[in-house]
Design a protein around this ligand. Structure first.
Ligand code: ASP
Length: 339
């Protein structure tokens, strides 16, 4: 009997690669976000469903890639593309308005296995910025292009181009108008800033991002955004700053959303990775440290996955559009803390 039991345990260990007492490890894992902020629970059910559908659809895109053995990089690029095409989110179609009433897009991607990265700021005519940053990462000797230079790089690629007006949505336009007429609530004291109020409480976030672990053990992160409503001339947020809004190494992949200036000040994504490594602690702890000890309540949210397939999605805002799926069949989409 004893021998029989031992043989079963041995067989289990050989087949699954872990002992029966250890929880099973995910072979691949994916998490995404569609922005964090003061998201009202009073939102109409139809809109809530539209958000959940958008998150689920994007998850499915990444899930198929990862399940079939595709790379974490392909998964995060395709997931973010899907979210960029969805007008509900502040990236690609549906991006917020700048002070001048235009759209300027920021994005970044990072390959955790090589530390290769691509980033862009102030894009105005590229339909899917996440695909351009992938090209920057793979086809240029540089990491980060801005404004006119980024458009010139885009001219040299086959990336799909659009008029700036393509990014227009009625909702974002009304949001921007409220900031112009002073109806908007200020997040902080911007009264005396040179160009007036910068953003409004409850309407400030909406960036999209994805992180993934693939079957080969590689990690990747990608983030894309229109930035913050009413942002001033040439403002660069955290998203394309490698280590602030986007980061991946061999240990963990992180994508941020929230108040960019705060995320940058704390080099948040890289701090999560470094805290994990230097303190030899869990992803969950590292993220809690940055959210509670470095950032202020209401500032930000993160999604991340580590090389063991552990997913963490936490925020110190009232809500964050987010979702996750892994090879163990665990799957979720959520907006608020308790659902
Ligand atoms: N972090 C973005 C930025 O500051 C905004 C967001 O997450 O919605 O540009």
């Amino acid at each position: 009997m004893k021998f029989y039991l031992l043989s079963v345990i041995l067989l289990f260990t050989i087949i699954t690669g872990c002992s029966p007492s250890e929880p099973a490890k995910a072979e691949w894992a994916l998490a995404l976000h569609g922005g964090a902020g003061t998201i009202s629970k009073e939102m109409p059910d139809s809109l809530k469903e539209a958000y959940y559908d958008g998150l689920r659809e994007a998850l499915r895109v990444g899930e198929i890639i990862l399940r079939e053995g595709g790379s974490a990089l392909d998964a995060v690029e395709q997931v973010v593309r899907r979210l960029e095409d969805n007008p509900l989110f502040n990236a690609g179609k549906g991006a917020v308005f700048t002070l001048e009433g235009t759209h300027e897009l920021d994005a970044a991607i990072m390959d955790g296995s090589t530390l290769a990265a691509g980033a862009v700021t102030g894009l105005t005519t590229v339909k899917n910025p996440v695909s351009l940053v992938r090209m920057i990462m793979e086809e240029s000797p540089h990491i980060f292009f801005s404004g006119a230079g980024a458009e010139t790089f885009a001219d040299m690629t086959g990336v799909e181009r659009v008029e700036n007006s393509y990014f227009f949505t009625e909702n974002r336009y009304r949001q921007w108008q409220r900031t112009q007429t002073g109806e908007a609530t200020l997040l902080n004291d911007q009264e005396n800033s040179i160009a007036g109020p910068l953003f409004t409480e409850g309407e400030k976030f909406g960036t999209v991002g994805a992180v993934a672990l693939d079957k080969n053990g590689n990690l990747a992160a990608a983030t894309s955004t229109g930035g913050m409503t009413n942002k001033q001339f040439g403002r660069v947020g955290d998203v394309p700053i490698i280590g602030s809004g986007t980061y991946a190494n061999s240990l963990v992949a992180v994508s941020a959303t929230g108040w960019g200036e705060q995320i940058m000040r704390n080099v948040s994504a890289a701090t999560i990775a470094n805290y994990m490594e230097f303190r030899n602690t869990s992803l969950e702890n590292a993220m809690r440290f940055v959210l509670n000890e470095r950032l202020n309540p209401g500032d930000a949210g993160f999604v991340a996955v580590d090389r063991e397939g552990n997913i963490s999605m936490q925020m110190n805002t009232a809500g964050m559009y987010r979702g996750a799926v892994n090879s163990l069949g665990e799957r979720s989409v959520m907006i608020w803390e308790e659902e």
